[in-house]
Design a protein around this ligand. Structure first.
Ligand code: NAP
Ligand code: ZN
Ligand code: ZN
Length: 347
């Protein structure tokens, strides 16, 4: 085993602090990755604080990982030493179920092995995420990072990028469509950039009036402050597609009213439950759906798409000892737009 410095939450109520984990020596098909950067996703906070229930402690969060292949098993054929690679929200799956066969490993029927706060496919070895100096991963669950990119700005693509790319692509955001992105945080700002790259006209719906200039600078065409009383009346039936990235409870019915007839709103934020009125859907035959990250193949497609279109995250790079401060700022919506940990600060 390889003793590895990390940062962990020991309980749902304690701050994240230094901790040592064991990584496995690479098996025949594993690569050992030296982690360069890891993004901080709001899901890290939900899970470290056990907001979804069932959290496994100690927990080393982090699923937006970029690093270098430094060692590998003798049968690895996809990678070479020195390759710059990524790891996203899962590190393994059963490979046999219908979802895995279709390349939608995130919906693996027996269950994917999430990168942290989960178990390996043996069902008993806990997984630990990217707030650590290295990680061992099966070669099939590793992503290729296109060359010549600023890696700290690539890391957030591994979760925030794929989570917004997948529904925008599936529901076909295109030239001429009016797309609304609800919430301008880590996911939201990637949603704006990716929807623009697909050619859509993009409106940000935000509860933070102070984000207007930044939203327009990111490429949004319009900005609506949802806390203003006239906002929902004025924009009724305006949008072809709404992507809702908000992490806190809010009234879905109000946002559904902003969709045109027959159009779709997709939830990717995962707040506590909120009541849904049937009339919000029935009266204009609207659709409400959800979306969960993306499979390995689609994640690679997203990375290649973002490289081609110059789509990168806007980040604030921090040393790891500032992680608790960063969490507090994310909770205040005070992040432009993703914190990324420079893992050199842990070595
Ligand atoms: P984030 O950076 O904190 O952004 C969330 C945004 O939601 C905030 O910037 C804020 O935008 C808005 N918001 C926050 N509190 C609000 C409130 N009380 N009322 C209205 N709006 C509020 O979080 P993130 O990392 O983008 O993650 C967003 C959510 O997606 C989280 O719940 C996370 O767990 C989930 N997630 C889901 C998937 C998936 O596969 N489905 C993947 C990753 C993350 P404004 O200031 O602009 O209003
Ligand atoms: Zn995430
Ligand atoms: Zn499976």
């Amino acid at each position: 085993m390889l003793p590895t410095p990390a940062y962990a939450a020991m309980t749902a109520k304690t701050p994240i602090g230094p901790y040592t984990i064991e990584r496995r020596e690479p098996g025949p098909h594993d690569v050992l990755i030296d982690i360069l950067y890891c993004g901080i996703c709001h899901s890290d906070i939900h899970q470290a604080r056990d907001e979804w229930g069932g959290s496994i402690f100690p927990m080393v969060p982090g699923h937006e990982i970029v690093g270098t292949v430094v060692r590998m098993g003798e049968e690895v054929d996809k990678w070479q030493l020195g390759d710059i690679v990524g790891v996203g929200c899962f590190v393994d799956s059963c490979r046999e179920c219908e979802a895995c066969q279709e390349g939608e490993e995130q919906f693996c029927e027996p269950g994917m092995s999430v990168t942290y706060n989960g178990y390996e496919q043996d069902g008993k070895t806990p997984t630990y995420g990217g707030y650590s100096t290295r990680i061992t991963v099966h070669e099939d669950y590793v992503l290729r990072i296109p060359p010549r990119l600023p890696l700290e700005r690539v890391a957030p693509l591994l979760c925030a990028g794929i989570t917004t790319y997948s529904p925008l692509k599936r529901f076909g955001a295109k030239v001429g469509d009016h797309v609304a992105i609800v919430g301008l945080g880590g996911l939201g700002h990637m949603g704006v950039k990716i929807a623009k790259a697909f050619g859509a006209t993009v409106t940000v719906l935000s509860h933070s009036a102070g984000k207007r200039a930044a939203a327009l600078a990111l490429g949004a065409d319009h900005f609506v402050v949802t806390s203003e009383p006239q906002a929902f009346g004025e924009h009724r039936k305006r949008f072809d597609f709404i992507l809702d990235t908000v992490s806190a409870p809010h009234d879905y019915n109000a946002y559904l009213e902003l969709l045109k007839r027959d159009r779709t709103m997709v939830l990717v934020g995962i707040p506590d439950p909120v009541p849904l009125s049937a009339a919000s859907l029935v009266m204009q035959r609207r659709h409400l759906s959800g979306s969960l990250i993306g499979g390995v193949r689609e994640t690679q497609e997203m990375l290649d798409f973002c490289a081609k279109h110059g789509v990168l995250a806007d980040v604030e790079v921090i040393p790891i000892h500032k992680v608790n401060e960063a969490y507090a700022r994310v909770l205040k919506s005070d992040v432009r737009y993703r914190f990324v940990i420079d893992m050199a600060s842990l070595k």
